[in-house]
Design a protein around this ligand. Structure first.
Ligand SMILES: C[S@@+](CC[C@H](N)C(=O)[O-])C[C@H]1O[C@@H](n2cnc3c(N)ncnc32)[C@H](O)[C@@H]1O
Length: 225
């Protein structure tokens, strides 16, 4: 699967939409604000940031979540790099990534560095200033082989109705197995089967207000065993 790539259409010339999954990569309203609401605030960040903090993500996409977390980390005054591990089965090209990220001038400084590193190596081995790693391939196959434990998860597959494999019970169990005992996870969706899969995987799950027109989203923390 490592040689598969993104198949894109562009809405309003600016927003990438996956034709494989028939879904946009980020909110049509405001991707950066959505990332901050769902994934940062949803994981109680930046308040929980501490040296050695590790974020993991399902669905790297344009890298917007990485850039937003990286900027928040630096703005919080941390000098030791953030660790960020993401999973992606259908990587876009560097040109597509640059085009998508051009909509967010606020993160341009970081986006330029990301796109340069992505051009060289899509695992981000050459990206400086953040311990980033993108693991290419189907997360259902790749996550189980990894040995890290994340402090916070960004669950960012396409909508559960269109991309159910990125939300299934065995993958949510793997997410839980790769989370520290005080770790958290957040996602923009409040789909019932996703919340059930997270609860069955050992998370305490809450439904909280979503971003923009989305009424609800999901946050969870590791329930004591
Ligand atoms: C909503 S987009 C992610 C947006 C991204 N976080 C960003 O900041 O731009 C969902 C991503 O999940 C990826 N994806 C879908 N199925 C996958 C799978 N089975 N394994 C790994 N990645 C997958 C898609 O290719 C897509 O890039």
């Amino acid at each position: 699967m490592g040689d598969q790539h993104a198949e894109l259409d562009w809405r309003d010339q600016a927003i990438p939409v996956s034709t494989r999954f028939d879904d946009p990569y980020f909110s049509l309203e405001n991707g950066l604000a959505e990332t901050r609401h769902v994934f940062l605030a949803g994981n109680d960040l930046p308040a929980r940031f501490a040296p050695g903090f590790h974020i993991a993500e399902l669905g790297f996409g344009t890298g917007l979540n990485l850039l937003t977390a990286w900027m928040a980390w630096e703005q919080a005054g941390h000098t030791v790099p953030l660790t960020f591990t993401s999973f992606e089965a259908f990587p876009m090209t560097a040109d597509e990534m640059a085009r998508a990220l051009a909509a967010f001038p606020e993160v341009a400084r970081y986006a330029d560095r990301l796109v340069t590193a992505w051009k060289e190596d899509k695992t981000l081995a050459t990206l400086k200033g953040i311990n980033a790693c993108v693991i290419l391939g189907d997360a259902r196959e790749t996550l189980a082989a990894e040995s890290f434990a994340a402090d916070a998860w960004f669950l960012d597959g396409f909508s559960p109705a269109k991309n159910p494999e990125l939300w299934d019970a065995s993958l949510m169990a793997q997410v839980s197995a790769h989370t520290t005992s005080s770790g958290t996870a957040a996602t923009y969706t409040a789909a019932g089967f996703v919340r059930r899969n997270l609860a069955d995987a050992g998370f305490s799950v809450a439904r909280v207000p979503g971003f923009g027109r989305k009424r609800h989203m999901t946050t969870c923390f590791k329930a004591p065993a």
